[in-house]
Design a protein around this ligand. Structure first.
Ligand code: CTP
Length: 448
């Protein structure tokens, strides 16, 4: 009996898939079809698969052509499957010609003609017109955002707004984005949604006006600098049925989310302590070191350590304290301590000092450590009293890591959701409240 194996995502199952499976089946007597998991697709850069894994498997099963269906979860699995199921032929569409020649060591490799004029990507694009996104601000984060947005299908960067810098420019997919300088209203008219990446003090105003004009908003961190402002903006979004999300990239990354689910499932027992540090060495004249625009190390960086703290320990802390080193009216370095009924948390943030940027979460059975820079999580370890039980976890972290938040934003807008479970309204309001408290209560231990 000749066994044939083939793989695919089979999203929005179409005629091209059916033809391919038919041709593959004709090569032998028994057909094994590998269907990729959502997380493996994410790793491979397919960020917006529409159908879930069960639906995609069902679509393959419904053809009646597959004698066995397997789930493809990791790189290198094809070799394992070929050996495990004794496949004689590996078949795949001609769009992959040459890419799987390395499998010839294990079985015959056949590239089958691809059906012209149809693909899952095309169908996804046809289902919904791309979201026209406007970008407010053109600093380094906006430029990185534009590069990452190019990796997410279903999003087009349509307009740039920068009222201050006449030379401001943004390039998207190799072309200059149309720039608006004077009229924010005109800029808003040209888009469906806005990404706000301007200085922190301007966020509230830009987000508010965008929501009032019926536009969805993805706002850079820090979202806003007071809980009253944050609440008001969420009310506006809710009243208008709009999505309002904060672009805290770590919150949307696969490794960070797995770290949270592992901890919630009890791998280190009760969580007793969360300690994290995020520091960036910036030149003295950097905008992010200017108090006048709402910057400073606390406002710029505190949302990163607050993300795991609030996610793991909740927003009902009993006490919070800050000590800082101030320089020319702005905190260059701040250490914050938080007390919970049964746990403690502490973090350090800085813009003119460098610390070890790791995160350690300690519990009653062990601890989890993410090495620096932990906020770009791609690897972590769970350690126990007995080192033989230690476990290491590795993950992809694609590009600059911003594509994950862009994809989640697009999905929330399409699903009509106000925010995203990965970073909730409650967490964003709590972070804004902590920024306000910092302003009111921080104790400058050193002033220069
Ligand atoms: N395939 C094909 N003809 C098409 C589309 C896909 O023969 N028009 C084949 C692919 O070459 C592959 C299998 O079907 O062997 C599964 O492909 P998959 O990547 O799931 O589908 P695509 O439509 O190519 O998806 P995407 O647009 O997301 O890349």
């Amino acid at each position: 009996m000749k066994r044939v194996i083939t793989y695919g995502t089979y999203d929005l199952f179409h005629e091209g898939h059916l033809n391919l499976l038919r041709r593959a089946k004709e090569l032998g007597d028994y057909l094994i079809v590998g269907v990729t998991t959502d997380s493996f697709d994410l790793e491979r850069g397919k960020l917006n698969v529409c159908d879930n894994l069960m639906d995609r498997i069902e679509a393959v099963r419904a053809t009646g052509l597959a004698d066995r269906i397997v789930i493809e979860e990791y790189q290198g699995q094809k070799i394992d499957d070929i050996q495990k199921y004794g496949a004689d032929i590996f078949a795949i569409g001609s769009d992959w010609t040459g890419k799987f020649d390395y499998l010839r060591e294990y079985c015959e490799v056949v590239y089958l003609p691809r059906t012209e004029g149809i693909s899952s990507t095309q169908l996804r694009e046809r289902r919904a017109a791309p979201m026209r996104l406007g970008v407010v601000g053109s600093g380094s984060i906006a430029r990185r955002f534009a590069d990452e947005a190019a990796c997410v299908s279903g999003v087009d960067i349509e307009a740039l707004y920068n009222p201050v810098d006449e030379r401001a420019a943004l390039s998207y997919n190799g072309e200059a984005v149309r720039r608006y300088t004077g009229e924010y209203g005109e800029f808003l008219d040209a888009v469906d949604a806005v990404y706000v990446a301007s200085p922190p003090v301007t966020h509230y105003g830009y987000v508010r006006e965008a929501l009032l004009s019926g536009k969805h908003v993805l706002c850079e961190t820090p979202f806003v600098l007071s809980d009253a402002e944050a609440r008001e903006l969420y009310v506006l979004a809710e009243e208008r049925g709009l999505t309002l999300m904060v672009a805290l990239k770590t919150a949307y990354c696969p490794a960070f989310n797995h770290l949270i689910t592992l901890l919630k499932s009890g791998v280190i027992g009760d969580i007793v302590d969360v300690t994290a540090s995020v520091t960036t060495l910036l030149p003295d004249d950097d905008r992010r070191r200017k108090a006048a625009v709402g910057s400073g190390s606390f406002n710029e960086n505190s949302c990163f350590p607050l993300l795991p703290i609030l996610r793991l320990l909740g927003t009902d802390y009993e006490d919070i304290r800050f000590v800082s080193r101030f320089r020319e009216g702005v905190d260059e370095y701040t250490r914050c301590m938080m007390q919970y009924p049964a746990a403690v948390a502490s973090f350090q943030v800085g813009l003119g000092v460098k610390t070890e940027g790791n995160m350690v979460i300690s519990g009653s059975k062990g601890y989890l450590i993410v090495p620096a820079p932990w906020w770009k999580t791609d690897y972590f370890e769970v350690r126990y009293e007995n080192p033989a039980e230690n476990r290491k976890f590795f993950y992809p972290y694609a590009g600059e890591g911003l594509r994950y938040e862009i994809k989640e934003f697009l999905m929330a807008v399409r699903a009509g959701k106000m925010d995203c479970v990965k970073l909730t309204e409650g967490e964003n309001v709590a972070m804004a409240a902590i920024c306000r408290m910092f302003k009111e209560e921080s104790v400058p231990v050193v002033k220069i």
